[in-house]
Design a protein around this ligand. Structure first.
Ligand SMILES: *Cc1c(COP(=O)(O)O)cnc(C)c1O
Length: 291
């Protein structure tokens, strides 16, 4: 095993809006390979794939998964082919964020649909966003780090909070941390969608994470003044840079459920900070002189 990819992240203690909490800094795992997607793709770093020469995946042209896969392919010496429906003209003309970084890593981008059956035996195919059972391997490693931290601090049971997309991370955390309660909130769909995602991975509802929701409907990727404000406040009060797609909603939901702080609370920082560049430019254009 290469020590550069032997992942392990620190836990820090901070205070936000009067609430003290712990944070697992998975954004600091590795300079290029960090956060939620690094945990999900860890399996592919630590298993042998003697016949594979090319990694193939698909999704949006700004996604964290696309960037992390470009790093994985580079580390493993694989070609990386990525399929998108559409790349915005502005992004093509002004490459930035995850898109630019993935291209710099040698990503071959196809603005086209694809046929999975077309791929040969030398192709490793990964689902959009890394939603597959191999994700459990790296997430289990994360739970072992959390248990070691709990032991060293004598915190036998903690509340864990993280915002969800597909819910893969939240589900496997709960599965491997039976002494803790994992709370999450849906950022992409609604609570019913998230529950369906959990059911695809685990039939036993008793071992699902607890879902907390906002009263108001929230659209993924849309600009909300409340999200920008809480993101700025988090940075000012904690010095930690959070991601702009998931964390602002996560923190709004968490502050609305302050009973979770009655036990030691561990927030999982899932990375994604490289993707902030495009969101931040949009927020600044919209709100900079209006706050
Ligand atoms: C992918 C991602 C998520 C969502 O993870 P799921 O396991 O799909 O719930 C949350 N935060 C960040 C920063 C991500 O990159």
């Amino acid at each position: 095993m290469d020590s550069a990819t032997d992942l392990n992240s620190p836990v820090e203690k901070h205070t936000f809006e009067g609430h003290t909490f712990f944070i697992k800094r998975d954004d600091l795992l590795h300079p290029d390979f960090s956060g939620n997607k690094a945990r999900k793709f860890y399996y592919y770093l630590h298993h042998d794939f003697p016949h594979i020469s090319t990694l193939v995946s698909y999704g949006s042209a700004q996604s964290n998964a696309m960037y992390s896969l470009s790093v994985l392919a580079k580390m493993r010496g694989w070609h990386f082919e990525y399929f998108v429906d559409h790349v915005a003209e502005y992004l093509k003309a002004h490459p930035h964020g995850n898109y630019q970084a993935a291209l710099n890593n040698g990503m071959q981008l196809y603005e086209a649909s694809f046929d999975e059956k077309r791929f040969g035996d030398d192709v490793l195919f990964i689902e959009e966003g890394g939603r597959q059972k191999e994700a459990e391997f790296g997430i289990q490693k994360l739970t072992e780090e959390i248990q070691a931290w709990q032991k060293s601090t004598s915190l036998e049971t903690v509340n864990i909070f993280l915002p969800s997309g597909t819910g893969t991370m939240a589900l496997f955390l709960q599965k491997h941390l039976p002494n803790c309660t994992v709370y999450t909130t849906p950022c992409v769909g609604d609570a019913e969608y998230l529950k369906q995602q959990f059911l695809m991975l685990e039939m036993d509802e008793n071992s699902h994470p607890r879902i907390l929701s906002m009263d108001k409907k929230h659209h993924f990727g849309k600009l909300y003044k409340e999200n920008y404000t809480i993101w700025l406040n988090l940075q000012e009060q904690t010095g930690v840079v959070f991601d702009l797609l998931y964390d602002p909603l996560g923190w709004r939901v968490l502050l609305a459920h302050s009973e979770l702080f009655s036990k030691p609370l561990l927030y999982i920082h899932q990375g994604g900070v490289l993707g902030n560049e495009s969101m931040l430019a949009r927020y600044e254009r919209k709100y900079k002189d209006k706050m």
